[in-house]
Ligand binder design. Structure first.
Ligand SMILES: C[S@@+](CC[C@H](N)C(=O)[O-])C[C@H]1O[C@@H](n2cnc3c(N)ncnc32)[C@H](O)[C@@H]1O
Length: 283
């Protein structure tokens, strides 16, 4: 069902208004909105304009710029980001994680007598991706899981998505493609849908973090970073600046997993291409 307002109800956006909002979105979130996205912007921001009784996009823009509390920017992030995601998305990554990444991580950490596996899910949306990573770890380690500190950092810029992740309750339709034994083992059916099991949830630390932040405020470097299906919204300079910041925050031998429709330019990044959507730090 299409819930977007009928086009006659849509507030008009002038080119100048669109350009000022587009520039603000780019500056804050790195999201590059092309002219073709004008309709999408109007559709998504309509609700905010109506709710706050702004008479034009210019009024809304002025409020965004003037609002010192940053509540308006937070609301903009909630509306303008695309949070589409699902469990076990791009299954090849989970297979590769089990076959190559985890055995390497285990060896490294055993050699260093350190059980802290450091994994970051950098655009976690409503939780399906980080919860799938934890399920994969639990399945991989079995009884040995308790001997590893697998806790996962999951971040996103959208508070709305993070609230959904924290709730961890999903409609049955969202579990399509998840094997029944996994559903039985890691979800609890209640009146609202399927709730992710506490043993999975407690392993994920959810935090708000904007990937445009010039510094990554994490104490220790990561073994594996999942940054999937977010860089499609960024332009090439933004994307490469981001992965290069991530590179500095990854241990030697560590991995970067990106979406299968995303690529990195060889001459723009030190990440070594391993195979589609898989990169590694090799120094
Ligand atoms: C399409 S979802 C992808 C979710 C998941 N990684 C996956 O592959 O299924 C993109 C996510 O990136 C987040 N995002 C967009 N811009 C961001 C930014 N500047 N910083 C952090 N997260 C951002 C959005 O809020 C959204 O939840």
């Amino acid at each position: 069902m299409d819930n977007s307002p009928a086009s006659s109800d849509m507030m008009h956006i002038s080119d100048a208004e669109f350009h000022s909002i587009r520039d603000l979105v780019y500056q804050h979130f790195g999201i590059a909105l092309t002219e073709q996205k004008k309709g999408l912007v109007v559709g998504r921001l309509q609700k905010i304009l109506k709710q706050h009784k702004f008479n034009s996009f210019k009024e809304y823009y002025d409020h965004l710029v003037a609002d010192k509390s940053k509540a308006a920017i937070t609301e903009l992030a909630n509306q303008i980001t695309t949070n589409h995601t699902f469990f076990f998305r791009e299954i090849e990554h989970f297979d590769f994680f089990k076959s190559d990444v985890l055995p390497w991580m285990v060896n490294e950490h055993k050699a260093n007598r350190n059980n802290d596996l450091r994994i970051w899910c950098a655009a976690a949306s409503s939780g399906e991706e980080p919860y799938t990573i934890i399920i994969t770890l639990l399945e991989h380690f079995g009884m040995d899981y308790k001997n590893w500190n697998c806790g996962l950092l999951a971040t996103d810029v959208s508070e709305k998505a993070l609230v959904a992740a924290l709730r961890g309750v999903y409609d049955q339709t969202r579990l399509q493609g998840v094997p029944t034994p996994i559903i039985n083992k890691y979800f609890k059916k209640n009146n609202d849908g399927y709730e992710i099991a506490e043993k999975v949830k407690k392993e994920v630390t959810l935090r708000k973090f904007n990937l445009m932040n010039e510094t990554l405020p994490f104490k220790k470097p990561f073994d594996c970073i999942w940054c999937r299906n977010v860089m499609i919204y960024f332009d090439a300079p933004t994307k490469h600046a981001l992965v290069n910041r991530m590179y500095k925050h990854t241990v030697n031998g560590g991995y970067l997993l990106i979406g299968h429709s995303e690529t990195l330019a060889r001459d723009q990044t030190p990440w070594k291409y391993i195979k589609p959507a898989v990169y590694r730090k090799e120094e």
